[in-house]
Design a protein around this ligand. Structure first.
Ligand code: 5AD
Ligand code: SF4
Length: 446
């Protein structure tokens, strides 16, 4: 009988990439992908540790999986449960102490060893959260059916140590993949029909991979090289830190047509006092000036960001500074979170937490402002014509779905053979989460 694997990913895009690569590893071992855990021989949860809620979700999901595993066992079926990702890295064997049904715990740097770990798990439970000397990327099989838009990890880890963040502990120090390895993967994606590549890294604009002569190459140059690959029409990158944004990358936005006019640049807070306490090493005005320069290079660039409300010690005046920054800059979209103390991070020890009710009120106020900006941005698209990369069938029969250069989702009537093409679409109406449009021409606008 065909063996099946169910892989579920939480959290960021890097996790989504890792989950896809784990599916590739299992695919090479003969496991077909399934989207229901009920008929899976292997269930992988690719977990996120960034906030407490994300980590807790894993344990409730594991509780459900334990019941499922028992039910399948009663029918003589084996189910291996694998916990991967950042909770695996941070908690290791603790996970199996809390949930004995877990067979394998594997960290983000070791998942190329999954087949071996699964084999060993038949004898006893296995934990592998090493940062191995070998590079996992050298041991991963070819990517399967990636679709028309794909992620490509170019850099992992972070050396910034923002006071709230677990990433430097779970993903380790910053490491950039060599240019040749990135280009080979990008070429393979192009060969498989991919038209849009998002270069991803925890701190992607700190990319400094070795070029052919061994000298480090920055992100701007990497984007230039990927843009030369025939078939690659669009390039994006995420996530960036303001302090690693160099002039070359700003110029790249003006000069490389394939580099899409969209920038996710987390600022976290608009208060200099809080930014200092967060160890962000930049001020609100430095962020504003950087955005001005990016906008001069690419006036239509859509901006996105991340915000944390209720960082320890945040006052009403600090929060007002955040609202002011949001009003001044104007974001197409943004993510905002209540501060969540993470074990082992410097901020977790602070004795001046913001009360939960205050955090909740601030989050609601910030989200209302960000929502109004997002909706205004969507409305401003009405009547305009955009290039849309068609990615998949739409929600209704006869429709397809895709994205504008500014990363707005669009649904419109068109035949499925358009999937994988960039076409020209006139936006007729803005919904809350998606635009609705009409195909204008099969060819993209120049
Ligand atoms: N609490 C709340 N939000 C956090 N983030 C990171 N760590 C925390 C934390 N401890 C948010 C930041 C980051 C995004 C990925 O998650 O805004 O940019
Ligand atoms: Fe975390 Fe700061 Fe690094 Fe981003 S830059 S991953 S928030 S430590």
């Amino acid at each position: 009988m065909l063996k099946k694997a169910f892989v579920k990913s939480y959290g960021c895009q890097m996790n989504a990439y890792d989950a896809a690569r784990m599916a590739d590893v299992l695919g090479a071992e003969g496991y077909a992908a399934t989207d229901s855990p009920e008929d899976a021989d292997i269930v992988v949860l690719n977990t996120c540790h960034i906030r407490e809620k994300a980590a807790e979700k894993v344990y409730s999901e594991l509780g459900r999986l334990r019941v499922l595993k028992g039910a399948r066992q009663a029918q003589g079926l084996d189910t291996r449960i694998v916990v991967a990702g950042c909770v695996a890295q941070a908690e290791g064997a603790e996970i199996q102490a809390r949930q004995p049904a877990v067979d394998v715990v594997v960290g983000p740097q070791s998942y190329h060893r999954l087949p071996d770990l699964l084999a060993r798990s038949r004898e006893r439970r296995v934990v592998d959260t090493e940062f191995p000397v070998e590079d996992k990327f050298d041991h991963l099989p070819r990517r399967r059916t990636p679709g028309s838009a794909a992620f490509l990890t170019v850099q992992e880890g972070c050396d910034k140590f923002c006071a709230f963040c677990v990433v430097p502990y779970t993903r380790g120090a910053e490491v950039s993949r060599p240019v040749a390895a990135v280009l080979a993967e990008a070429q393979a994606l192009a060969d498989a029909g991919v038209r849009e590549i998002t270069l991803i890294g925890q701190n992607v604009n700190a990319y400094h991979g070795a070029g052919d002569d061994g000298a480090p190459v920055g992100l701007a140059e990497l984007v230039r090289l990927v843009a030369r690959i025939p078939g690659i029409a669009r390039i994006r990158y995420t996530t960036s830190h303001p302090n690693d944004f160099d002039d070359a990358l700003i110029r790249a936005h003006a000069e490389i047509p394939a580099l899409m006019p969209y920038l996710h640049l987390p600022v976290q807070s608009g208060s200099d006092r809080i930014l200092g306490a967060m160890n962000r090493k930049h001020t609100g005005d430095q962020y504003r000036r950087l955005i001005e320069r990016v906008r001069r290079a690419r006036p239509d660039i859509a901006l996105s960001s991340d915000f944390i409300v209720g960082f320890p010690g945040e006052t009403d005046a600090d929060f007002a500074d955040t609202l002011r920054l949001v009003r001044e800059i104007g974001f197409q979209s943004a993510f905002s979170f209540k501060y969540s103390p993470r074990p082992g991070t410097p901020a977790a020890d602070r004795a001046d937490p913001v009360p939960e009710t205050v955090m909740a009120a601030r989050l609601a106020e910030l989200q209302a402002l960000l929502d109004s900006q997002r909706y205004a941005y969507q409305r401003a698209a009405e009547g305009r014509v955009f290039d849309v990369l068609v990615e998949k069938p739409g929600r209704h029969p006869g429709q397809v779905a895709g994205k504008t250069p500014h990363l707005l989702a669009v649904q419109f009537d068109a035949a499925p053979h358009h999937i994988g093409s960039v076409v020209s679409v006139r936006i007729q109406r803005a919904g809350t989460n998606s635009l609705f449009g009409q195909l204008v021409s099969e060819a993209a606008a120049a």
